[in-house]
Structures are given as C-alpha cells and as structure tokens.
Design a protein around this ligand. Structure first.
Ligand code: SF4
Length: 438
C-alpha cells in the first residue's frame, strides 16, 4: 500500500552543500512512498535459507503477495502472521499467537536457517515488541534457526529502508572475531555491502579475480549461515546508496568505508572498482586489463540508447534513494537533461563523489511536498518521469511518460554487463510511446 504521510508545515529551504557539487534543497509535506516491506521481494531471493515473517495486517499480506507475484504452487520464503481484530482489541495475546505461528512454521519448514520477524505499521501501532519476541524465540530455536527482527513499517520511511533495516539487524547479530585471515593483499579484506543479484555478484567476482584481488566477500551472501566476519581489517564498498544504518553498524565493528561512486553505468562501475584497486595497491595496468573488455561491452551496449535519450528531459520524484547515482549516469553517459532530482534522503558522505559528478546547477530536492513537486513537474514538462507506482498512473493520464522507480531495484542494474539494460529501462518507455503515437 502507499503510505501517504501528511506533515503539517510544508517548507522548502536550500541547504549549503559542503562538496563542490550542486546545492541540496529540502522540502517537507505530503509524501508518496512505498513501505519497507517491499525489500522482502529482493532480500528473500538473495538469502536463500531465510524466511521473512511479516507481522502485519491483511493489507501488508496483499502488498507482499502482489509485489512478489507469487505462484500458488511455489513454497514461498515469506509470509504474514496476520494481526486480526482479536489482537488489536487485546482479546488475544499477540505474543502467544506469534509463538504459535513460528512453531508451526519452523516445524514444517526445516530448510529455514534464519527467520526474520518483520514489523509493520499495525505491529508498531499495537506496540508488539518484536525484539523481545526474537530473543524469546532464539532461546527456543537457536542454534538450529537464528531469529532476527527489523521494521518494514511505512511510517516515516521509504521502501529501500527495508533492506537497510534488515542488513543492519544481521550485522548486529554477527559475532566479533579477534582476528581473521584477510586477503592475499596484506591483512585487509574487502567486503561488498548491499544486495546484488547473483548474476551481478558473479560478474563482479570475476573482475576482482582478474584484478588479482582474492577473498572478496559479498554481504548479504546467499547463505545466511556464512556471513562475513567484520572487524578492523575490513574495508568495505557500498553497492547500494540507501544503507546508512548498515554502514554505521559495520563501522561500529571497526570497518572502514571506501569512498566511491556507485557501480551504475560505465563511469560509476569503473570508479567503484578503481576505489578497491587503490585501497589494495593494485597496479593501474592490472586494473586496466581487468576492466578493458567489460567496459568496452558496456560502452557498446549503451551507445544505441544514447541516440534516443540525448537531450530528453527527465524528472525524478523521490522514492528509491537511487536517484542521484541514476541522474549522474543518465546525464553524463546518456546526455539526458535533469529537470529535478527528488530524493527521499541524501546521505552527504556516502553520496559525496556522486554529487561532485553532477553539474552545479542540478536541482536536487531532498524530502517531498508532493503537490508542489507536481506543479514543478507541470512547469518543466519532462519527456520522462521517474516515480513511485502511486504517481505513475495519474501522471500517465496527464500525458507524461513514466518509469516506475521500484523496477530499478527489482532489476539487476549494477556493473558493466548491466549498463545497457539500465539504459534500456529509460529508453523503453519512450520507444513504447513513439510506437503508440505512430
Ligand atoms: Fe501498509 Fe504499513 Fe503494511 Fe506497509 S507496513 S503495507 S504501509 S500497513
């Protein structure tokens, strides 16, 4: 469901940006965003021995099932423990009910090694303490099953924060180790942080091997029982720009972040690998040799989309937190004109290099006042609007061509071999519109 959150005082103010990039403006008002439960869709595909149990209402269940497009004969790795009228009115003990559901589930599904209790708006409204529930259930099921909890609630969050909350809960549960083996480049070890499709992870791993960088780990991994050891010898690269809490927890364990643009498009992916090469003192000739062929393939793949997208105006409504890296890719590699780049939150440190690559006159708007933003969209008359599902249909009805921002998180878009697919996600709606008009 779309959480529409009115904030009474609407305001818009420019914020001085410490970097050399564009100024960041802020506005507050009514927002149109999806909730963090959506993250379960890509997280359950990645962590293949985990189960996500949403503790929520029928609305939450419908959201997850329709977003995931579940086949009825499939055995899914997510479900909803429905909070019903008896729980809401206090007739039933919600904790007892939850324990009953978890017992039934874990008895039937021996393949589950990690169980996430995922909070929702309803569980927060009735103040069901899922952290305590996880502690209680861990006493019963650990070490066979690890029980963790996080919130996917739509109150004051945006949909990619579900992944941040989930990964944060995993990091918190990881044991601290006094020492770890490290890679063969000194004592440091590289960790890639952020959920990536398996195909992307495999491609990146091949490039790291070609760079002569061994022992690289990805977090989260495919197996919840093989999570990385994070300590002071860990240096990490973010693969997603929406992991503020996860990054903080990783750093609390002593790890150091490598500053880099995000691996979207040729430029971002090249700089991302270069940041790893620099930290591990990989010779530039080795880096160049490893990147040359995939970079060439990516350049060829995006060239045909540039012809279509160049000089087209694009407007971003805030939704996925991918907006700034996407705006950089679309403006610098495909020649698109940025009319407005709306972002739910801007993490100044994590996005510093991205901001520096944007033209100083780019309008970046942090937060949302949807009515004012719709007015600005009408004034700008963009060729393409990137927005959430709730805005797409009304905008299409007004004659705009739209791209659902959620598709950019469901689709593998990182790395060289996905650069052409990423460009196509933006050119396809324009091609479709031309075909309909013809
Ligand atoms: Fe709706 Fe909240 Fe449930 Fe999300 S968590 S589906 S916003 S009720």
């Amino acid at each position: 469901m779309n959480a529409v959150i009115p904030i009474q005082s609407a305001q818009r103010s420019p914020i001085a940006n410490s970097s050399q990039g564009p100024q960041i403006h802020q506005e507050r008002g009514q927002r149109e965003v999806f909730c963090g439960l959506t993250g379960i869709i890509w997280l359950h595909r990645k962590i293949q021995d985990a189960f996500f149990l949403v503790v929520g209402s029928r609305t939450c269940a419908h959201l997850i099932q329709s977003a995931a497009g579940v086949m009825i004969f499939a055995e899914p790795r997510f479900g909803t423990a429905i909070i019903d009228d008896r729980d809401l009115s206090g007739i039933a003990d919600a904790n007892e009910e939850l324990d009953k559901v978890v017992n039934q589930l874990l008895k039937r599904r021996r393949d589950i090694k990690t169980l996430f209790l995922v909070g929702s708006c309803p569980s927060e409204v009735i103040k069901l303490d899922l952290a305590r529930a996880a502690l209680r259930l861990n006493k019963q099921f650990n070490p066979n099953v690890k029980v963790l909890n996080y919130s996917g609630s739509g109150i004051e969050t945006t949909f990619t924060q579900g992944e941040d909350a989930c990964l944060s809960s995993i990091v918190e549960s990881l044991p601290s180790a006094p020492s770890s083996p490290g890679t063969d480049k000194g004592t440091k070890k590289l960790l890639i942080v952020g959920t990536l499709a398996d195909v992307v992870e495999d491609q990146m791993m091949r490039i790291f091997k070609d760079m002569d960088l061994q022992g690289v780990e990805f977090f989260p991994g495919r197996n919840s029982q093989k999570m990385p050891i994070i300590d002071a010898s860990t240096v990490y690269l973010l693969a997603q720009p929406f992991l503020a809490d996860t990054a903080k927890r990783i750093e609390d364990k002593g790890a150091t972040r490598l500053s880099a643009p995000f691996p979207l498009g040729v430029e971002g992916t090249s700089a991302w690998f270069a940041a790893a090469a620099s930290a591990f003192k990989i010779p530039s000739s080795t880096l160049e040799k490893a990147l040359a062929a995939p970079r060439q393939r990516a350049n060829t793949a995006i060239a045909k989309h540039r012809a279509l997208l160049e000089n087209k105006k694009i407007f971003f409504f805030p939704d996925s937190q991918l907006e700034i890296p996407l705006a950089r890719f679309l403006s610098r590699e495909l020649g698109m004109k940025l009319t407005e780049v709306g972002v739910p939150y801007v993490h100044r440190q994590h996005l510093e290099q991205e901001l520096n690559l944007l033209s100083a006159d780019t309008l970046i708007m942090e937060g949302q006042h949807v009515e004012q933003q719709l007015d600005r969209c009408d004034q700008a008359r963009p060729d393409l609007v990137v927005c959430g599902l709730g805005l797409a249909n009304p905008l299409e009805a007004k004659g705009y061509t739209t791209k659902w921002s959620i598709e950019l998180v469901f689709t593998p878009i990182q790395g060289f071999d996905q650069a052409g697919d990423l460009a196509e996600l933006f050119s396809r709606p324009l091609v479709r519109k031309e075909k309909i008009a013809a």
